[in-house]
Design a binder for this molecule. Structure first.
Ligand code: MN
Length: 750
């Protein structure tokens, strides 16, 4: 994981550069050594020379010669994903067709059809920062990524390596690009890496993305981890000792070690459980990796389990058996959580060497074992790809919706459901009987009226449990209903239902279009794209389709069109100027204007540069927070970079982002929310209000406390000037006797 980018500095001359490049190339050769067949070396050398020549005048933002990037990508592909010679050649050439004179034909001529096809796939997936323009293009790009995945998984594996290296070298890009690339990575690439079983790459991507989107939190957790490292190592050694002895006595060949959890996963846990760093109990996991024969794997892993639990008591509900039923991405292991010394819960993961390789290299490792033991998990990956292809088949599906639905599929836990014949299907947790019907076939889903779960009749919305046996009941008279969307959770069911209604709606929208045309004809106005756009903006509709549909069903009133000013054949809405009802004013003169086109930096409170803006309610930023501006139809919305919605906005709507910074201004206060927990005692409210209104002289808007069994939880909303002030308040409150945790709320309206 610690592959350091080649060191580069300005003082390096051309000779030294050449040496660095050759050194990287030899490292790649060494990594490939076992996999290289006769003739391969020449092909690799050719690809290397072709890439060196093509990129010879190019440099990366850091100043390093460009060729070091494809070389690094090739090494990741070999060393960290476990792919071979073909993928190495493709990695070396991955940027040539897009950025240099080399054409796809050149590559086909030199390396053959197969490699040219992969490079073509790689070229088609653009980087988000390269896409200027609209949302649909970015969403379309994500869709392409998924499509190529379904065609040849190598394309996406190389793309993941490419992205990983770009993330490792993100330092030298400007802040805006850092944010966009980091968000796109956490939004689509990390979930994909996860789905393909590339856990190492997934966590590194998440950590790196966090480093750029939430630099402060990231550094803080990294520092805590470092500070507690010595204690942790001591604890791990103490924990491991008896198990080690026992395994040796039992004649196992094994490795055992403690592994810290990623910064991102620690942070997720802190946030989800509302706990402080010190209280995240499993900062690390113990891993036992054993050598085992294919036919004895299962037996051996359970043997290890029984040895471990001989010393440490397992938590009653904390055993996960992913050996009998592997995860959908192929992951196999036994996980258990046991009570370690000092009353701490410790997670133990037990795997064989083969399982470990699959856990680290995912998909690629499956290919490697394809000829070996017949494995059920391989079929699962195949069925994942089949499923993906099916969902992607329909080009009509709204892409952003689809990505959103699909992403939910990527991350959720799985349950295993049996058909009446005993075939197993993998579904995400909380899937319903109707999801199951759609999973088997879209037609079955459309006609589904109910199901029998373990021979008992249940409604469509019934949530399934792992191990259920389900029989779908259908009727040829059944038609999908829109409220089905309220309970289905799989992408396949959602897009099936949505497509059905799209078809229905399309017929209705056609009528609406005709109605509008008649009306405009009567006004002597053309139905030009410009005018349709104006009308869309006026009625706040996102697509012409929504506009026509709204007109047809009467939710939009055509009489309102009279409000439009007609200039020649152009319509102009009188409401296009921003409305003056803004919540936060920046200046007392109340003179505000929309951001001029092309301007990137918005400064608040500075008299020279006033802009219409609103603070996003979802994260309620205050001065001092790291923020970005997001253009909306009524001005710019300011979000925190660690806002729960930030990744989605930055990844999908990059062109609407405006760089933003705060100006110093102590006159305006901002509403902020804090959540407290602690021990309930009589004086607690008094103490809190003393700090806020007394010591700090702040203006508190609300305070609510809930107390149960001697523990209280409370929310406070308070006006502050900036982040410094809020931090000071949090520290003061945290120092009070009896207060346990103090944390900022994303939104005071929570
Ligand atoms: Mn690249």
């Amino acid at each position: 994981m610690d592959t350091k980018p080649a060191v580069y500095s300005d003082t390096i001359n051309e000779e030294e550069e050449k040496k660095i490049i050759l050194r990287e190339y030899r490292a790649l050769l060494r990594a490939l050594r076992e996999r290289i067949k006769k003739g391969d070396k020449t092909k690799l050398r050719n690809a290397f020379e072709m890439a060196v020549e093509a990129h010879k005048d190019m440099r990366r933002k850091s100043g390093a010669p460009y060729i070091l990037h494809p070389l690094a990508v090739a090494r990741i592909v070999v060393e960290e994903i476990g792919l071979g010679i073909t993928s190495s050649i493709c990695s070396l050439l991955h940027d040539t067709v897009e950025d240099t004179e080399i054409t796809l034909d050149d590559i086909k001529h030199e390396f053959g059809e197969n490699i040219a096809k992969i490079i073509d796939g790689l070229t088609k997936i653009s980087n988000v920062v390269d896409i200027k323009g609209d949302t649909t293009k970015q969403a379309e790009n994500f869709r392409k990524i998924l499509l190529t995945l379904a065609e040849d998984p190598r394309v996406i594996l190389i793309k993941l390596a490419d992205r990983l290296h770009n993330m490792r070298t993100l330092e030298s890009l400007n802040r805006e690009k850092q944010l966009r690339i980091a968000s796109e990575t956490s939004y689509i690439y990390a979930p994909l890496a996860h789905r393909l079983g590339l856990y190492e790459i997934k966590s590194e991507m998440e950590d790196l993305a966090m480093k750029y989107t939430q630099p402060e939190t990231y550094t803080e957790i990294a520092r805590w981890l470092k500070e507690t490292k010595r204690d942790r190592t001591r604890y791990i050694n103490e924990f491991i000792k008896p198990i080690k002895d026992e395994l040796t006595n039992a004649g196992f060949e094994f490795q055992i070690y403690g592994r810290p959890k990623s910064i991102h996963s620690i942070w997720t846990k802190m946030r989800k459980k509302h706990v402080a760093f010190e209280e995240v109990y499993d900062l690390f996991a113990i891993r036992v990796i054993i050598k085992s024969l294919p036919e004895k794997e299962k037996e051996d892993c359970w043997k290890v389990y029984s040895l471990v639990t001989k010393f440490y008591h397992p938590g009653a509900e904390r055993l996960r058996d992913w050996i009998s039923v592997p995860k959908g991405n192929g992951y196999e292991a036994l996980h258990t959580t046991v009570m370690g010394p000092g009353g701490k819960w410790v997670e133990v993961q037990i795997r064989t060497e083969r399982m470990n390789e699959i856990a680290e290299k995912g998909l690629a490792a499956h290919w490697k074992y394809k000829d070996g033991a017949p494995s059920a998990q391989e079929n699962k990956l195949d069925s994942f790809l089949v499923h993906l292809r099916e969902v992607l088949k329909n080009p009509e599906t709204d892409t952003i919706d689809f990505i959103q639905d699909f992403k939910l599929d990527l991350f959720t836990e799985e349950i295993y459901i049996y058909t009446p014949k005993g075939d197993m299907r993998v579904l995400p947790k909380n899937a319903t009987a109707l999801d199951f019907a759609f999973d088997i076939h879209t037609v079955l889903g459309m006609r589904c009226i109910g199901a029998k779960v373990n021979y008992k009749l249940v409604p469509l919305s019934h949530v399934l449990k792992s191990g259920d046996q389900v029989e779908v009941i259908t009727s040829s008279k059944q038609r999908p209903s829109e409220d089905w969307l309220n309970f289905v959770i799989t992408a396949k069911a959602k897009s099936g239902i949505k497509n059905y209604f799209k078809d229905e709606k399309r017929k209705v929208a056609e009528d609406g279009k005709q109605l509008l045309k008649n009306k405009l004809d009567a006004m002597g106005v053309a139905m030009s794209p410009h005018n349709v756009n104006e009308l869309m903006a006026f009625f706040r509709m996102h697509t012409p389709f929504d506009l026509f549909y709204g007109i047809a069903v009467g939710s939009l009133d055509l009489k309102d069109i009279r409000e439009f000013a007609i200039q020649g054949d152009k319509l102009t809405s009188p409401f296009r100027e921003p409305k003056p009802e803004v919540k936060h004013y920046v200046d007392d003169e109340n003179k505000q204007k929309a951001p001029p086109k092309g301007q990137e930096v918005v400064i608040f409170g500075d008299h020279a540069d006033k802009v219409l803006y609103k603070l996003a309610q979802c994260c309620q930023p205050i001065p001092g927070d790291d923020v970005f501006g997001f253009k909306t139809s009524d001005g710019v919305k300011i979000h925190r970079t660690d806002c729960p919605n930030a990744a989605k906005l930055l990844a999908n709507y990059g062109h609407r982002i405006i760089r933003t910074k705060w100006a110093k201004n102590k006159e305006i206060s901002f509403l902020s929310g804090i959540r407290l927990t602690g021990l309930d005692d009589v004086g607690v409210i008094q103490k809190i209000t003393n700090v806020i209104s007394g010591d700090l002289k702040m203006n508190m808007r609300s305070l609510s406390l809930d107390s149960k069994d001697g523990i209280f939880e409370g929310n406070i909303t308070v006006f502050v000037h900036d982040r410094e002030e809020l931090n000071a308040l949090c520290n003061k409150l945290g120092a009070l006797e009896g207060i346990h945790t103090v944390e900022r709320l994303d939104s005071p309206y929570e």
